[in-house]
Design a protein around this ligand. Structure first.
Ligand code: C2E
Ligand code: CA
Ligand code: CA
Length: 919
């Protein structure tokens, strides 16, 4: 059953839905904006603060003071320009830097004049003038000393380079092999030592002034060099020339003096710097002092300390040459500050205050940024985490087979899509699960029903609904257990329907089935509550009588069951007489196990069947022996075919008129392994029951045709063999074909064969009749055996395509003693003559019988009187002898009887007696 797909509830319109991309984009955007803001604040914080700190109300200053302030400011600016100019000049000796110094000095002179001249009477101003002049001179000294230091360094380097160049030339001209210079050891050492000097000198230049180690190291390296030079002087003069060595000497003499000079200059330079810085500071102080003096008592002014450039010249750090400040910057630095220009108020917001404000602002902004980012993070994480967790829980629930309400939606588009998909999937899953559960329930019901049916089937016979063999055993077991407890007897009856096979064969199988159902019904009726019936299979039933008090009660019950079949049963409007053979066994007398008791009843039933119809037989232990024997025979028969233990004997049939042997009847014998010869009566019934009859009969047929052909094509062209055929064989549709094939194979005319069958073939149905007609069509004669025994009916004479009737031995046996028998025999003979059917009288043992039958002419005579069955190789020899003996016997009859009408014998009398022919 398919369910319509479940309606998926449309997602509730969420006010605001964004994709993950948007969420992340916004988050990163915000972070980026904040970062930019922070940067901007950091960069422009100062200007912002400045804007905040301007404008305090200015005091009114008079014009003179204003001029003082303006001049002082101009002078200060000129003063401030000196230091950077000097610094630039010290670092680099270039026209621009020289110009810068010149300009700064000129400007200072000019501003000094502007400041001093109008106020020359002031004592401080005079001091200021002197100090500024000194400051200017000390700047010049600084430049001069710096130049000197440079010169010494250059000179030192020049000598080193000269020596190096010389050394290099010598090494270049040295012998080279595989890229290696094979030079004098002394030269190489000198070269290395020169490198060492150069290195030490450069270290000395940057070393602190009081660093003796650098100086010592340089001196040591110089000495080492000189020592090498002097010790190898001779060899070097020889190899490099005296001039080379002298030049080296001269250069070396020059350099040894220079480091000391350099150190001297550096010391001077340091003191010059100190002086310059001191004068710079002093000058500014004096300027401030003078300004204060000139302005007193008008207003306080910015502390000169503060405005002083905290920028002392450090010529010693010039090795890492800092870039010269661009001219613009220098100019800016020379500009008067707005505070000192007098136009701005005396604002006292210090740098520290600014930094504090700035820091506070940045701190707040940072905190806000962090909070904002945190909020965004939490929001983003929640918007992802909550739906994902919901999904996971949902999946768990779906897995556990629980129903779950639709999952809530969040703000992320993709996740919402996922949630929607999940919701609809879970709906479908729930629907599918329900469908599955429904069908599973139905299936389970079916399984239960089917199991019950199967159990029923496993325990009951489907045809009769009686318990089957399996169920029988368990029911019987509980019956026996009950009986053991209650000390009662149990009767076990094995019931077999007489000739059921015939019913089954003659009617169709469904009819047979209905007969079985009817029989089961009758059994149920007759048993009622006394016990139960079960079907073993085929036509075998078991009846159990529970709680019997004695032996007699059990036998009486068996008799009642037997009696219940005394009236016909009605199946398909047809009345049918059915009889049963019953074997009985008793618990505990004949055993205590179901198996044993059933076997005992079976053995009794088998025996009852052998006794004839409608028999009840109680088990006795010797029956088991019979059953065992039967089993042994069956096993022996199976082996006999392969072991070639069967053989045929042939019993002649004489023509009553000619007394010649017309036909021999083939009869089977079983030569058993112990040498005993078994007759058909001992094993054919068992062969029939076990189905082995088919193979055995086929062997007989083959052997008969083979033998007949042998005789026919050889010593006895008129040979005819009668072969006994069982109804089962005739029912086998291959039988006629097989006969035909064998006849062709052995090139045997069909009239050399005669088929003998018994009357019960009539009960096997239309197929058999058809087979007989086909045999007749082939030209094969058909004899009805054992006619006049049992329940022979004249109908068979009419129904079957017969060519011969064989009068049964039981009828012939009494013709000479019983008038009635003779009358019946004569009537049958007359009837057959009338119908044109040939006749054979079998079982003639006495001359009296012969005498009476011989008068009947057209018939065959068979019996021990003429011959017992003969072995194959005895037959041919016996043929003339038998005829002769028969004639002799007949003659004797004629002589000894008074019946003149029988005496028409032409043969001579014989001396042989009837007794003599029997051997
Ligand atoms: P049947 O066809 O009536 O065969 C004649 C039986 O009577 C033979 O017994 C034979 O030996 C016996 N008999 C013949 N003359 C006399 C006599 O004067 N007095 C006495 N007392 N008996 C005589 P056998 O050979 O024991 O055969 C018994 C039955 O076995 C046969 O009865 C036949 O129905 C069956 N039979 C024998 N051979 C075969 C066979 O190859 N195939 C089949 N299907 N049945 C066979
Ligand atoms: Ca026969
Ligand atoms: Ca017979």
């Amino acid at each position: 059953m398919t369910r319509p797909p479940t309606e998926v509830t449309p997602p509730k319109a969420t006010s605001f839905q964004l994709s993950i991309g948007w969420h992340l984009g916004i988050a990163f955007g915000v972070v980026a904006v904040l970062a930019i803001m922070a940067n901007v604040i950091v960069e422009h914080g100062e200007s912002i603060i400045k804007t905040i700190t301007v404008s305090r109300p200015a005091n009114v200053i008079d014009a003179q003071s204003l001029a003082v302030v303006a001049d002082a400011e101009q002078l200060r600016a000129a003063l401030n320009a000196i230091t950077p100019a000097i610094r630039a000049r010290i670092q680099l000796d270039k026209p621009e830097t020289n110009l810068l110094v010149t300009q700064a000095q000129a400007r200072l002179s000019q501003q000094l004049a502007a400041y001093v001249n109008p106020r020359s009477q002031d004592a401080t101003v005079g001091k200021l003038k002197a100090s500024i002049t000194e400051f200017k001179n000390s700047g010049d000294d600084l430049i001069t000393l710096t130049e000197k230091r440079k010169r010494i360094s250059l000179e030192y380097s020049a000598h080193i380079e000269a020596m190096n160049e010389r050394m290099k030339r010598s090494l270049d001209s040295a012998f080279k092999l595989f890229g290696r210079v094979m030079a004098r050891q002394s030269l190489i050492r000198l070269s290395n030592q020169l490198d060492e000097i150069r290195r030490r000198f450069s270290e000395l230049q940057t070393a602190p002034l009081d660093d003796r180690i650098a100086m010592d190291a340089l001196i040591a390296s110089e000495e080492a060099f000189n020592q090498s030079l002097q010790s190898n002087r001779k060899s070097l003069s020889h190899s490099e020339g005296a001039a080379w060595v002298n030049a080296m000497d001269s250069d070396f003499a020059q350099i040894v003096t220079l480091p000391a000079m350099l150190t001297d200059i550096r010391i001077q330079l340091r003191s010059a710097e100190t002086r310059f810085n001191r004068l710079d500071l002093a000058t500014h102080k004096l300027l401030a002092e003078s300004q204060r003096q000139l302005l007193v008592p008008h207003n306080p002014h910015t502390s000169a300390d503060e405005t002083l450039s905290a920028n002392p010249i450090t010529t010693e750090s010039t090795t890492e040459v800092p870039a010269i400040p661009p001219a613009e910057e220098l100019k800016t630095q020379a500009q008067p500050s707005p505070e000192l220009s007098g136009q701005t108020p005396t604002t006292t917001i210090t740098t520290t205050e600014r930094t504090h404000h700035q820091r506070t602002l940045i701190a707040w902004l940072s905190v806000m940024t962090v909070l904002l980012v945190l909020l965004l993070c939490i929001r983003t994480v929640r918007s992802v985490f909550i739906p994902v967790r919901g999904l996971l829980r949902g999946i768990e629930k779906v897995k556990a087979g629980e129903t779950l309400p639709p999952l809530p939606r969040g703000t992320i588009k993709e996740l919402n899509n996922l949630v929607n998909a999940f919701n609809s999937m879970s709906d479908e899953l729930i629907a599918a699960r329900k469908t599955m559960m429904d069908s599973q329930q139905q299936l389970e019901l079916k399984v239960i029903e089917r199991t019950r049916e199967l159990q029923e089937l496993a325990e009951h016979d489907p045809l009769t609904s009686l318990p089957n063999r399996r169920q029988l055993f368990s029911l019987l077991e509980s019956s026996l257990a009950d009986a053991e407890r209650s000390k009662h007897l149990v009767g076990i009856f094995f019931l077999d329907i007489d000739n059921f096979k015939n019913i089954n064969d003659s009617m169709d199988h469904t009819y047979g089935d209905r007969v079985l159902v009817e029989i089961a019904h009758r059994l149920r009726e007759s048993i009622a509550a006394a016990g139960f019936a079960a079907r073993l299979g085929g036509d075998e039933f078991i009846i159990i009588l529970n709680n019997a008090s004695n032996h007699h009660e059990i036998v009486a019950f068996g008799q009642r069951v037997l009696q219940s079949f005394s009236h016909a049963i009605k199946v398909d409007q047809r009345e049918l007489m059915v009889s049963v053979s019953i074997g009985a066994s008793i618990y505990p007398e004949h055993g205590s196990a179901p198996d044993t008791l059933l076997k005992a009843a079976d053995a009794a039933a088998y025996h009852a069947k052998a006794l004839g119809r409608s028999q009840l037989l109680m088990f006795t232990p010797d029956l088991l022996e019979v059953a065992a024997n039967r089993f042994a025979i069956e096993q022996g028969l199976r082996r006999a075919l392969h072991a070639n233990e069967f053989e045929l004997v042939f019993q002649p049939e004489l023509n009553a008129e000619t007394l010649e042997v017309d036909v021999v009847e083939a009869l089977i014998r079983w030569r058993m392994p112990d040498g005993r010869i078994a007759t058909p009566d001992e094993f054919l019934a068992i062969a029939e029951e076990s189905g082995l009859i088919i193979d055995i009969s086929d062997w007989v047929l083959h052997k008969v045709i083979e033998t007949a052909a042998q005789w026919h094509h050889g010593p006895w062209p008129a040979a005819r063999i009668a072969v006994n055929v069982s109804p089962r064989q005739l029912m086998d549709e291959r039988f006629v074909g097989r006969v035909d094939v064998l006849l062709r194979e052995f090139r045997l005319p069909p009239d050399c064969i005669e088929i003998e069958l018994t009357e019960n073939v009539l009960q096997t149905g239309p197929a058999t009749l058809a087979a007989l007609l086909r045999l007749r069509k082939l030209g094969i004669a058909i004899a009805l055996d054992d006619f006049g025994s049992g329940y022979s009916s004249l109908a068979s004479l009419e129904e079957l395509p017969l060519t011969r009737i064989k009068l049964d031995r039981s009828l012939i046996a009494s013709i000479d003693s019983n008038e009635r028998s003779w009358a019946i025999a004569r009537a049958i003979i007359g009837l057959c003559h009338g119908l044109g059917i040939q006749l054979t009288a079998e079982g003639i043992e006495r001359t009296e019988q012969f005498a009476m039958l011989a008068s009947c002419k057209a018939m065959h005579l068979q019996g021990y009187l003429f011959s017992k069955p003969l072995h194959h190789d005895e037959v041919l020899a016996a043929l003339p002898t038998l005829s002769h003996a028969a004639r002799q016997a007949l003659q004797n009859i004629i002589l000894t009887t008074t019946r003149s009408n029988v005496v028409e014998m032409t043969t001579e009398s014989s001396r042989s007696s009837v007794k003599g022919y029997r051997t």
